[in-house]
Ligand binder design. Sequence first.
Ligand code: FAD
Length: 281
Amino acid sequence: MSKPNFSLEVFPPKTAATTLSLWKASQELAPFKPEFISVTCGAGGNAPGDTTKEVALVMAQQAHCPVAAHMTCVSGSREELLQLARDYWQSNIRHIVALRGDMPGQERYTPRADGFAYADELVAALKEVADFDISVAGYPEGHPDSSSMDKELEYLKKKADAGANRIITQFFFDPEVFLRYRDRVAAAGIKAEVVPGLLPVLNFKKMTAFAARCQTSVPEFLHKMFEGVEAEDIDHRLLAMNILSHQITRLHTEGVNFFHLYTLNESMLTRHVCRWIRSAF
Ligand code: FAD
């Protein structure tokens, strides 16, 4: 089997400290030559104050690797998003992670009247702007708004049929959850590649709260592993590294050759994973 490859996800920083942390991470991680680095957009999307575009453009110059910009339906009107897409294309950013997003401060999602309602509409519109490489999101344990996995796969197929060629998943811990999902995606006739999204556990307590919001299950053995281990302990990092290497090894034996790492703008753990992926296989 060929050597596995990976992409990295970063988010636009909001403070001076997180700006420094992002640039430190990108300097340390770029030498591992990720396939691409993706830059998320905040809940408010690409609205004024959001620096996704700025960060994506600087990252493209500094990291010497392709950059993908995230775009969400909630963040602008149709025309605003299409203009942003044209700007990206002209700036040589040819990969978009196309998402619906969530309405800031609202429990229930209501599409904006002047916008794209769901990610499949955004994908189709982007494809009309130019021949972007398009990634979309997938949810191995179901999206919180979803009524059933069958319905969700139906909508996922719409995204693929509209032109998405890669499905990056929400984070998960049990590799079998991903493998079952990949089978269901294939059985639904979806040809796009399914890429596991892997989250380094930088802080177990914070991660469990986030996982609950995302509908990601945290296996019991992880609770036992991290019991009494504080985030700043070296043991915490070693355990986190262990989880990632187990996930990657297991998935690789099942033919998974591409991994998307959520860096959380922190290079320490991701750097070890990159080094390990590059040397172990
Ligand atoms: P969709 O694919 O549009 O689906 C959302 C829900 O609506 C699902 O329940 C689906 O079943 C349902 N649905 C889909 N189409 C239809 C339809 N036509 N009719 C009725 N129901 C439908 N959020 C950000 O704000 N910024 C980011 O940068 C960001 N990056 C992400 C990257 C990844 C890899 C992932 C997994 C998520 C990311 N998110 C981001 C979170 C994402 O925006 C939320 O999870 C959001 O709630 C759903 O977006 P989506 O693109 O998956 O939506």
